[in-house]
Structures are given as C-alpha cells and as structure tokens.
Design a protein around this ligand. Structure first.
Ligand code: NAD
Ligand code: UGA
Length: 454
C-alpha cells in the first residue's frame, strides 16, 4: 500500500470521519478547520460531536493524524479533500461560499511544485469541480504560477450515527474526474477499503455478508449528480411510504405489514421504508431543494422531488393532528418529547423533526418537555428560542405529561418501563412517531397508543 500525505479541509461529521478512517488504513492525515475552538478540542483529543467510534480511533491514531488552522497548511500534501459545509440558502440553492473560500485559500497557498490532487467531498452543485479548478487556477496565475490544476469529485454517502461503519464498508466509491492521474491516486488512497485489506477496528467487525465495494469512475458532472440523485431517491422512498401510511390509516391497513410486503420484492428493498414522523437531518432537505434549484436553472420541473418535501412537511404536522385528536385541546396540555436528535446515534439537530414539533406545540399554547440521551446540550445551545423544559430522565419527562411523543428511536426508549411511566402521567397518551414501540404492551398498560399508518 502506498502511504499518502492527505490534507482534509473541514473537521465536521464528514471531514473528521474521513480523516480518522484514512489514518486508520495507514495514511498520514492533517485536518484543517477555520474554527479555532474545534481545532483546539481536537488537538486535545476531544471530538466535538457524538459519532460512534470516532473518539476511540482518534485516541489510537495520534501519530498519524494532526489538526490545525490554515496557517498549518502543508505544501507537501499529495491529496487535498474538501469537506466543508454546503448549507441551504433561503432560495433552496446550495451555499457554496465555504467551498469557494477554500478554493481561494488553496490558490493563494499552493506552490507550483508537485501540485496535489484536489477532491470535492462536500456535496456540491453541478459544475463545482470545474469551478474549484478555475478559482484555484485564477489565484495561482495571479501569483505567476501557470500549471494545470486537477479537481476530482468524490461524493460522500456516509450516514451520521454509523459514519465510520459506512466509511470502512461502503457499497461503492464514486470518483468523477477527467484526468486518469486523479483516478489512480484516489484508487490508491482507497485501496485498503476497496480490497478490504485493513484489520477492522474491534468495535466495527467486517459484516459476514459484505461484498467488496465497486469503484465507479465517472465524469465530474455525473458524480455530482449521483450524490443529489441518491439522497433525493432515499428521501422520496421515505416520503412514499409515509404517503401510503396516511392511506393505510384511513383504510384500516397496517403500514408495517404493507412495507414488509412490498419491501421483500428485491426490486423495491426493505430499507428506507420505515414510516413515521418523516426524515430530517442536515442533508436530505437541503439536497432535494438544491436539486430542484439546479433543475430550475434549466427551466425544468421536478414534481416528484417537490412532492417529496411536501409530504415530509405534512408528516410533521400529522403528529400535531394526532395529538390534537387524542387530547382535544392542546393549549395548556403538557407534551413530553422522547428524543430530539434527527435520528439515533447522533446529537445533530439540523432539520430535526423534534424542533418543528416543539415549535408548533409551543405556538399552540402547549407546555413542551423533552428528554434525549445525548442531544439536550446541543439543543439548549442551538435553540435558545425554544421555551421548553429539559427532563433528566424518561420518568421526569412522563411526570405530569398528558402525552408522550416518541420522536427519535433511541434503543433505550424501546425498553422503558412504560407501565410505571404511565402512572406518572396526567393522561396516558403516546404517539409513536417511529412505529417502534410494542403496541400491545402499551395498550395493556392502559395507554392510548397512536402509531403512524397503523
Ligand atoms: P459540518 O458543518 O459538520 O462541518 C464543516 C466544517 O467545515 C466545520 O467544522 C467548519 O468550521 C469547517 N469550515 C467551513 N469553512 C471552512 C474553511 N474555509 N476552511 C476550513 N474549514 C472550514 O459539515 P458536514 O456535516 O461534515 O458536511 C460537510 C459536507 O459533506 C456538506 O457538503 C454535506 O452536505 C456533505 N455530507 C454530509 C454528510 C453528513 O452525514 N453530515 C454525509 C455526506 C455528505
Ligand atoms: C443520509 C444518507 O443516508 C447518506 O447516504 C448521505 O450520505 C447523508 O444523508 C448525507 O448526504 O448527509 P443521514 O441523513 O445521516 O444520511 O441519515 P439517514 O440514516 O439516511 O436518515 C435520514 C433521516 O431519514 C432520519 O431522520 C431518519 O430518521 C429518517 N428515516 C430513515 C426514516 O424516516 N425512515 C427510514 O426508513 C429511514
């Protein structure tokens, strides 16, 4: 294996996971972030987000991975991976200003000798590989350096909560590049993953059924579109099952049975058919919007993608409707939210359904309480506007509540002593926003159990 010197720009969910995984398989990685607080924490071995295994591996890899701000940028690097954020602008477009800023920095810092391959790992709009190339070239030229710059698109498909697992055991690795040299270097960089020659971390064994990942080489434009199309398809699949769930409720079918019945058709597949409160997170919403925005620039409508968003918004409202129909009057009621993060295994609250539901309930005059095993600190910090009571346990949450809403399917919520919790509540109503609780058990405990699509 060829050991590469790699610089990763952006120490967020993607940048940090990628850095740790690349260091683990043998490379030397320097990770740069502009956020001083984040860099300092990482230098001290503190991981600023909740992501399984990252802190553990970081602790073992201190000799292969380092952190710094831009002033620590090393000119001997062979690969530069851009992993900064591309949040949603108000008009739905992806905000590429962070990527642009990185391209400018690179153009102002790189020397002409042994120019490294630049890799876009951030989710970026069509044409971004070309754009980064031209910005870097422009600034190099302004310093009298006239050499070809190579930018490849290497979209990331990891899921938060299982980010390291997805990085070590991906289904495929996509590289979009016009130059064979870039493809070769990235094939070398990923070789231990492509060939699965690394010894798995103890806590992340290689799954028995795992097949070697495909290495897919495309044009940069196809790679950029693959990322948006993949996220939109997954979001659409969830919205589809949620739409069917609404009908299942009305006709008296059970969406769990329906999802299994259709998902076992291999052409459909059982994954991403869990009906519930709808999808959230930092990417599905912003990426579907960005895709629609790109299409708009070509005067092209994307009705399926637009409906994917509409159905998802309705799904959050449906939770309020269910509470309303059970409690009749929400003003003055106390509602306890079980879970805040947009999914289990993370403290990420970006576009979390919990926030929409909490805001709506507060607007309607309800008292809102919340309990989450990891995301409460982040919620206090990032949503100071929410007039919400944070409970220290499920018991404290249940105490005096008229209803509980399971928003995030944390494992520990599946086996709570609901019988005892019910005794602490003012009314025994539970809305299972993820269809994961035992309906029979709760009903026997005297709860009015309300699922989604059941
Ligand atoms: P993040 O917000 O967690 O991290 C981005 C980091 O980049 C921050 O630490 C920020 O300080 C840093 N940064 C911003 N501008 C910088 C600059 N000019 N120089 C140095 N550092 C800078 O973002 P994320 O969730 O890791 O996402 C990064 C990209 O990856 C996005 O485009 C996202 O769409 C994509 N993506 C995310 C996921 C995910 O699960 N989070 C999965 C696949 C792809
Ligand atoms: C998603 C994609 O799965 C990743 O492939 C992609 O790299 C990433 O977005 C990204 O681009 O950021 P992530 O958002 O981390 O990953 O999490 P998922 O596990 O996909 O869940 C997204 C949302 O969908 C969560 O709110 C989850 O609760 C919800 N979901 C998921 C459902 O409501 N039903 C399902 O059946 C599956």
């Amino acid at each position: 294996m060829k050991i590469l010197q790699i610089t990763v720009i952006g120490c967020g969910y993607v940048g940090l996971t990628t850095s740790v995984a690349l260091a683990y398989i043998g490379h030397r990685v320097h990770c740069i972030d502009q956020n001083q607080e984040r860099v300092q924490a990482l230098q001290n071995g503190i991981v600023p987000m909740h992501e399984m295994g990252v802190a553990e591996l970081l602790g073992q890899l201190r000799d292969r991975i380092s952190f710094g701000r831009w002033d620590s940028f090393n000119l001997t690097t062979e690969v530069i991976i851009i992993a900064v954020g591309t949040p949603r602008k108000d008009n739905g477009e992806a905000d590429t200003s962070y990527v642009e800023a990185v391209a400018r920095e690179l153009g102002q810092r790189l020397s002409g000798d042994g120019l490294p391959i630049i890799v876009n790992k951030s989710t970026v709009p069509i044409g971004s590989a070309r754009r980064v190339e031209s910005v870097v070239s422009y600034y190099l030229k302004s310093r009298g350096i006239n050499i070809p710059v190579t930018v490849a698109s290497n979209p990331e498909f990891l899921r938060e909560g299982v980010a390291l697992y997805d990085t070590f055991y991906p289904d495929r690795i996509v590289v979009g590049a016009n130059q064979g040299e870039a493809i070769n270097i990235l094939r070398e960089m990923y070789a231990p993953i492509l060939e699965q020659t690394f010894i798995p971390p103890e806590f992340l064994p290689r799954p028995d059924s795992y097949n070697l990942p495909a290495f897919i080489t495309t044009t940069p434009t196809s790679a950029e579109l693959i990322k948006y199309a993949a996220n939109t398809f997954l979001a659409m699949k969830i919205s589809y099952i949620n739409e069917i769930a609404g009908l299942a409720e009305r006709v008296g079918a059970d969406i769990l049975e329906v999802a299994r019945g259709i998902g076992l058709d291999k052409r459909i597949g059982v994954q991403y058919l869990n009906a519930g409160i709808g999808w959230g997170g930092s990417c599905f919403g912003k990426d579907v919007q960005a895709l629609i925005h790109t299409a708009g620039q070509y005067d092209y409508d994307m009705p399926l993608s637009s409906a994917t968003i509409q159905v998802n918004l309705r799904q959050r409202e449906e939770i309020i409707r269910k509470l309303q129909s059970a409690l009749k009057v929400l003003r003055g009621s106390t509602v306890g939210l079980l879970g805040l993060s947009f999914k289990p295994g993370t403290d990420d609250l970006r576009d979390a359904p919990s926030i929409t539901v909490a805001k709506r309930l507060i607007e309607m005059g309800a008292h809102v309480k919340a309990y989450d095993p990891v995301a409460m600190e982040n919620c206090r910090k990032s949503h100071p506007e929410l007039d919400m009571l944070y409970a220290n346990s499920a018991e404290e949450l249940a105490h005096g509540s008229d209803a509980l809403v399971l928003v995030t399917e944390w494992k520990e919520f599946l086996s709570l002593p609901y019988n005892q919790l019910g005794k602490l509540m003012r009314q025994k109503v539970i809305v299972d926003g993820r269809n994961v609780l035992d309906r029979q058990l709760l009903t026997e405990a005297g709860f009015n159990y309300i699922g989604v699509g059941r």
